[in-house]
Design a binder for this molecule. Structure first.
Ligand code: FMN
Length: 220
């Protein structure tokens, strides 16, 4: 289903984001002078618009968000691109129809949007997005591997955050969350690709913790 008209895009956004909650996406933000930057970002509906919050401690993401004028939001169909992005690997993309930033792939749906406003919320930055076009691609079934990999990825970004703050207790608690999520992935990802990427992310978290001099003897 493709909706290049504004009204059509809004109807599809209604279908894609039916509840008042946070939808986990891989989003490319684009600023004319900085180019595109892709990151895992949570998104909420705000009536006919969408809203994203940029947390304190994010570096390049915050810099680009401060000047971003366009976005392509991907509802990814498998967790591989999410994990690959956090491991600093190259992603595949779809060509956007209207905006500049490439849309992370593979996805079940894409929403192209402009940034209609920017507001400071304490030490967070809120961007409001106006959907311009939306399209659905190949649907994908829900798997616990996907859910667990999203939890593992969130816990990983929290390990980075707390390690940078030298808060070892909080950082190690999040490493433990990663390990719990990994147990589910290990049991259910019979293909093994998500398992491999998740293991690599745990190893990266252990390296970050070692550099921050956080004790991790019981882990790994
Ligand atoms: C599933 C998921 C959702 C996330 N949602 C957000 C979000 O809504 N806002 C945000 O600032 N960071 C979010 N993050 C963390 C950022 O993606 C992460 O800190 C960013 O990639 C780091 O970018 P940096 O290297 O520019 O600091 C999320 C991470 C994951 C794994």
């Amino acid at each position: 289903m493709t909706s290049s008209s504004h009204g059509g895009a809004l109807r599809l956004v209604d279908i894609l984001f039916p509840h008042d909650t946070v939808y986990e996406t891989l989003t490319s933000l684009w600023a004319p002078s900085l180019g595109a930057y892709t990151a895992p970002i949570g998104l909420r509906r705000r009536g006919r618009r969408l809203s994203i919050l940029i947390y304190p401690g994010t570096r390049r993401l915050r810099t680009v968000a401060e000047e971003a004028v366009e976005a392509c939001i991907s509802l990814i169909s498998t967790p591989e691109p999410l994990l690959a992005r956090l491991l600093g690997r190259q992603l595949h993309h779809y060509k956007p129809e209207i905006v500049h930033p490439p849309c992370p792939a593979p996805a079940t749906a894409l929403v192209e949007a402009t940034v209609s406003s920017r507001a400071r919320r304490g030490d967070m930055l809120e961007l409001t997005l106006e959907p311009l076009a939306a399209r659905t691609l190949a649907p994908a079934g829900y798997t616990r591997v996907h859910g667990a990999a999203v939890e593992l990825a969130v816990a990983y970004t929290r390990v980075l955050h707390w390690a940078a703050e030298r808060r070892c207790k909080e950082a190690v608690t999040n490493l433990e969350d990663m390990e719990r999520a990994y147990k589910i992935i290990e049991r259910l990802d019979w293909g093994g690709t998500v398992k491999k990427l998740s293991r690599a992310l745990i190893e990266q978290a252990l390296r970050v913790l070692a550099l921050a001099a956080c004790p991790t003897e019981a882990h790994g």
